[in-house]
Design a protein around this ligand. Structure first.
Ligand code: CO
Length: 160
């Protein structure tokens, strides 16, 4: 178990395109385990590799026990529809929350830790978190999409 340091904004790695993963080896497995440990330690519901300083298209999402932990390697959005506005936060922006518009439905193609392709369809909060994390892999931060920031006294949960 290893909890990594979370890279906070501003840091150049948070705003660049991540490299495609080509090696599905024990090092990747270790990165995924560290990302999970780090996400849990910081009470997040998603984490992207650049947030622990790694230039790689790797993201994990875990919104609840029902959906479990989803690992995305080299994810691509192949369809999305609908529109929803809801609160978001980000472990790279402590104590900052704002409303962001996202699709209500998303279809994602990615690879698992063994390199096997899979397709995930997600709706609602799961779609939102997946889209937030995939944005991280392309250097896109939620602050570029916030339509309204919350004041500290208005806060509820929503960190990822
Ligand atoms: Co984030």
């Amino acid at each position: 178990m290893a909890i990594r340091e979370i890279i906070k904004y501003p840091n150049p790695i948070l705003e660049k395109e991540m490299r495609i993963v080509e090696q599905f080896d024990s090092k990747l497995k270790q990165i995924l385990e560290d990302m999970y440990d780090t996400m849990v330690a910081y009470d997040g519901i998603g984490l992207a590799a650049p947030q622990i300083g790694l230039d790689a298209q790797i993201a994990i999402v875990d919104i609840d026990d029902q959906h479990g932990t989803i690992e995305f390697i080299n994810p691509k959005i192949i369809a999305q529809s609908g529109s929803q506005i809801d609160i978001e936060g980000c472990l790279s922006f402590p104590n900052l929350y704002g409303d962001v518009r996202r699709a209500t439905y998303v279809k994602i193609q990615a690879q698992n830790r063994l390199g096997k392709p899979f397709i995930l369809e997600a709706r609602g909060l799961l779609a939102r978190v997946c889209l937030h994390e995939i944005d991280h892999l392309h250097g896109i931060l939620f602050t570029s999409k916030v339509v309204k920031y919350y004041q500290p006294e208005e806060l509820k949960d929503g960190k990822h």
